[in-house]
Design a protein. Structure first.
Length: 333
């Protein structure tokens, strides 16, 4: 069994995964559904918190997983893209997938994915393959909850194959207009489609143009809706060295003296949204000490990350106009 990136087996596994890159973006659920059916639908074996949004979804997903872990739960986490190695997309119990686990999971899932492609003539894309790998690995690791971030949009994103107990929309702005639509209303409609029948929706600060399609989906699915500023909000926010002190008025409880070691005022909103999401999953208040622990220990690579250098160097993955605006505001702060 390979144990490090230097093993030939690991290199061939990465080559196999990377061979899917040229297949591009093909929105739709049929390929993932077909491959997962051949694997006995591992995504049905655990509750799911499903996260979408124009910005902040990876940060919020990591915060949710940190909160679940602080409460003693084995949380699976699937995010994208990765910064260094593909294993970073998959975590369980706070630990990323190891090279050996990647090799073993691909050895099990890859032939099934290939079989589906051979039978249908419609092979999986790179992101679809990683989605199937995540759901399969989570079942292998017997996670208590899976925290799953969409790749793009929602309705036709491969992660939407999972039936989520809680859906989260962090923010909505103009992005991927070729696939999601040219207006905020159209983009909101695509994203809120991840909300399943009778589930709970948690939303951050949304633009007014997004509210009507979101409200329509909530009514259509007979779901509950907890929104920032109405059901929950941060309070008494104060800057601290390398982060923020603040209180949270949650859905079920008030959490005081939270210290978040993350730069950027927007991360306070993301953490508050994460708390509301976990409250919504459990339908109760959280342990205040666990909330503080999660805020203190969560890591957000590539999100205003201060790198060691002779001069201050900050790494941030802002890649669209709303993200660049948030970064500019945070740098001024």
């Amino acid at each position: 069994m390979p144990t490090s990136p230097e093993d030939p087996g690991y290199s061939s596994t990465i080559d196999y995964i990377d061979s899917h890159i040229g297949r591009g973006v093909k929105p739709g659920l049929d390929r993932v559904r077909g491959a997962l059916e051949l694997l006995a639908d591992p995504q049905l074996g655990y509750p799911v918190i499903h996260i979408t949004g124009t910005n902040g979804k990876t940060s919020t997903a990591r915060m949710i997983a940190s909160l679940l872990g602080a409460h003693g739960l084995n949380a699976g986490l699937f995010t994208s893209p990765h910064l260094h190695v593909v294993e970073e997309r998959f975590e369980a119990g706070g630990d990323p997938m190891t090279p050996a686990e990647l090799v073993a999971t691909v050895a099990e899932v890859g032939p099934i994915a290939d079989l589906y492609g051979e039978r249908t003539g419609d092979p999986l894309t790179y992101f679809e393959l990683t989605t199937v790998l995540a759901f399969s690995w989570f079942a292998e690791r017997t996670v208590d909850v899976a925290v799953v971030e969409t790749g793009m949009g929602g309705r036709l994103d491969s992660t939407d194959i999972a039936a989520a107990e809680v859906a989260v929309i962090t923010t909505i702005g103009l992005e991927h207009t070729r696939y999601l639509g040219s207006t905020l209303e159209e983009i909101a409609t695509e994203k809120v489609a991840i909300l399943d029948e009778g589930a709970t929706l948690v939303t951050g600060n949304l633009p007014r143009e997004a509210e009507d399609p979101v409200e329509a989906r909530v009514r259509e699915t007979s779901s509950s809706w907890h929104r920032m500023g109405e059901s929950f909000h941060p309070d008494d926010i104060q800057p601290a060295v390398g982060g923020w002190f603040f209180d949270i008025e949650g859905v079920y409880e008030r959490y005081e003296e939270v210290e978040l070691r993350s730069r950027g005022r927007h991360q306070v909103d993301n953490f508050t949204t994460a708390v509301a999401a976990v409250e919504s999953l459990t339908s109760r208040s959280l342990d205040p000490d666990a909330v503080r622990q999660a805020a203190d220990t969560v890591t957000l690579p590539g999100r205003m990350e201060l790198l060691p250098a002779r001069a201050p160097l900050i790494l941030d993955g802002a890649h669209n106009p709303p993200g660049a605006e948030a970064l500019a505001f945070a740098l001024r702060e």
